[in-house]
Structures are given as structure tokens and as C-alpha cells.
Ligand binder design. Structure first.
Ligand SMILES: [Zn+2]
Length: 130
């Protein structure tokens, strides 16, 4: 089996229920950032706590491409997910034939293989229709 590596350290953790995205939250003003910010882009405080984002969010917008990209075979989809924490996450989307994308539909986070690189499986996050 190919070695499994994360597309980027510190973006998510895997657990028994799937996975969660790791964000951070400003202790002064409450703004949440994903990916994590080094300091708060709202109030400039550097006092930030790590927080886990919800496992589901609502689809805000999406697009499907019929041309392959550097990493993804066509067709593939990408979009923005509105999270309950008040932020919007950009993510690859899983295309489900029986659940066509619709704005505001509920989407669930999964941790999945994104592509192969130098014989290793590169893992990252995606959202799929619930
Ligand atoms: Zn702040």
C-alpha cells in the first residue's frame, strides 16, 4: 500500500467519525480562520485558540469542470461551503450522481485521497452531499 501523506500539516485530523477541519479563533473578537491565521486579520490580536469546525456545512456555490487539472481528472467539482462557525471554506466536492449540487444543500466533510505524488497517496479534505 502506498504511503499516505497529508496535503498540508495542521489542516485536519482524522477520527472515528471521519475527520474535522482545524481552524483557529481569536480570543479577543471571536473571528474564526481556516486555514489557521498567524494573527487575527480582524483585530490584529495574536491570541488565538485552535478550534475544530463542524462536520457539516451548507453549499454556497460550486462549479464542475469537464477539463482535467494538474491534479484532478475530469469531471471534478469545487465549491465554497458555509460553515456554522461563520466562515466559508473552499474545497473539492464529491460528485454524487443521485444528489446533484444545489445551493444551500447540506454537505459533509470527508478525508479522502486527493492525488498521487511520487508514489505516495496525498490525502486532504473534501465535502460531499449528505
Ligand atoms: Zn480578533
Amino acid at each position: 500500500m502506498a504511503e499516505k501523506i497529508s496535503v498540508r500539516q495542521g489542516l485536519f485530523i482524522e477520527d472515528a467519525e471521519g475527520g474535522v477541519l482545524l481552524a483557529n479563533k481569536c480570543k479577543r473578537c471571536g473571528q474564526v480562520f481556516f486555514p489557521k491565521a498567524i494573527f487575527c486579520l480582524s483585530c490584529s490580536s495574536d491570541d488565538l485558540d485552535e478550534v475544530k469546525l463542524s462536520r457539516t456545512g451548507k453549499l454556497y456555490s460550486f462549479t464542475t469542470s469537464n477539463l482535467p487539472s494538474m491534479h484532478f481528472q475530469a469531471p471534478y467539482a469545487i465549491g465554497f461551503i458555509n460553515m456554522p462557525e461563520g466562515i466559508r471554506v473552499f474545497s473539492p466536492l464529491v460528485i454524487a450522481e443521485d444528489k446533484p449540487f444545489q445551493v444551500n444543500m447540506e454537505m459533509k466533510l470527508i478525508i479522502d485521497k486527493l492525488w498521487e505524488q511520487n508514489g505516495k497517496d496525498v490525502y486532504g479534505y473534501k465535502f460531499k452531499p449528505v
